[in-house]
Design a protein around this ligand. Structure first.
Ligand code: SF4
Ligand code: SF4
Length: 374
């Protein structure tokens, strides 16, 4: 136990960080606690609001002499620089602030005896309307594309949510999830059975397809958010994209769109990446990557969607301890093991696929144009 006892009854926190990792987890904090401030020194965010909370720089934040505890939502590497900055101003780690992984384990798990998960992904189909060369789901390389059985997808959700108390952000992806004919029924299942256990349901689409009336009704009923990955600078489908946005507006479906002009090249499978066999350096590599994209599939939690895709495409065989089998949960200790695995504490300290994948590790980053077609 690292957090001081006075964390137990907190009702409000400030969040430090509004980058990729924060955006996948912040909803959990906003659903369960009063988030008073979002701190991020990236000036692109300053002055904006997320769910009515202002985003400010650390300088602006300390000028207000606020006293609430701070949870840092970032990768481990960024955390060490934030830690230095906070300590410089007299904040004490575990007393005044902590990293989100400590918060998940100590505050939820130990102090409040709850198992709460952040962003969790589910893929409905590996078919897509595009064929992007560096797709994280390995679409062009997957020669055994599948559309998953609705009943099995429901069973997976039931298995996971019978073992966790809250899931902040349930992200539905593909390939292209709007290709999935039974999507309205799936959303109805999630919404009608788990609306108190799931904070936010999102669908990630490339914006090429228009949802059916039935899907629109289900999305509206359960306040599902559409996240559009906009690849129109690489592929010409502006007309479809505008049609989608207009339709969503007309049906009062909330949506957000991100232009995706720049991607990271993870290397696999075209390039032979070899990160060696040293346990410590592989652990460092995985922590520096910190993908925060666990995926639920076939009764198991995979720590990383890229690793799942590699196995699902038949291109890589994961090792048994790379995944957490939800069917093995029998007692409270096993639920804690699940949370620990979810936070990146697996038996080896890393997953085997990290050996052949660059991931988001900053020191290996290779930027490439987004959505180049294969
Ligand atoms: S749109 Fe491109 S990146 Fe997204 S799943 Fe399809 S092929 Fe992959
Ligand atoms: S390095 Fe690759 S396999 Fe490892 S966690 Fe990151 S994205 Fe996943």
């Amino acid at each position: 136990m690292q957090l001081t006892e006075d964390w137990k009854d907190i009702k409000e926190v400030a969040i430090f960080g509004f980058g990729r990792i924060s955006q996948g987890n912040i909803d959990l904090f906003m659903d369960l606690l009063n988030v008073t401030d979002i701190i991020d020194n990236n000036l692109n965010y300053t002055g904006q609001k997320y769910r009515s909370v202002s985003i400010k720089t650390f300088e602006q934040y300390i000028a207000e002499a606020k006293k609430e505890k701070i949870v840092v939502l970032s990768g481990k590497k960024v955390y060490s620089s934030i830690l230095k900055e906070l300590c410089k101003y007299g904040y004490k780690e575990y007393q005044d602030f902590c990293h989100m992984t400590v918060f998940f384990e100590d505050w939820f798990g130990r102090l409040n005896k709850k198992i709460c998960l952040g962003r969790t992904i589910v893929s409905l189909t590996t078919f897509c309307t595009l064929n992007c060369k560096n797709c994280n789901m390995l679409t062009p390389y997957n020669k055994q594309k599948r559309t998953y059985d609705l009943e099995l997808l429901k069973q997976d959700v039931q298995l996971l949510l019978s073992n966790v108390d809250f899931l902040s952000n349930f992200v539905i992806v593909g390939g292209e999830p709007l290709l999935y004919k039974e999507l309205p029924e799936y959303i109805e299942y999630l919404g009608s059975n788990y609306k108190f256990k799931i904070g936010n349901i999102q669908i990630i689409t490339n914006g090429m397809l228009i949802p059916s009336k039935e899907l629109m009704t289900a999305m509206k009923k359960y306040n599902v958010e559409i996240r559009i990955s906009d690849y129109t600078n690489a592929v010409d489908y502006n007309e479809k994209m505008n049609q989608l946005k207009n339709t969503l507006d007309k049906n009062e479906i909330k949506w957000i769109s991100f232009m995706q002009d720049e991607w990271l090249d993870f290397g696999f499978p075209e390039e032979r990446i070899d990160m060696g066999d040293d346990r410590e350096s592989l652990r460092d590599h995985m922590l520096a990557c910190q993908p925060m994209c666990p995926i639920l599939h076939d009764g198991k939690i995979y720590y990383c969607t890229s690793a799942w895709s590699a196995e699902e495409s038949g291109l890589y065989e994961l090792e048994p301890d790379d995944v957490f089998d939800l069917r093995t949960i029998q007692k409270e200790e096993d639920r804690k093991e699940l949370l620990s695995f979810y936070m990146g504490n697996m038996p080896k300290g890393y997953i085997s696929f990290c050996k052949v994948c660059r991931g988001f590790d900053e020191k290996l980053q290779r930027l490439i144009p987004g959505a180049i077609q294969y």
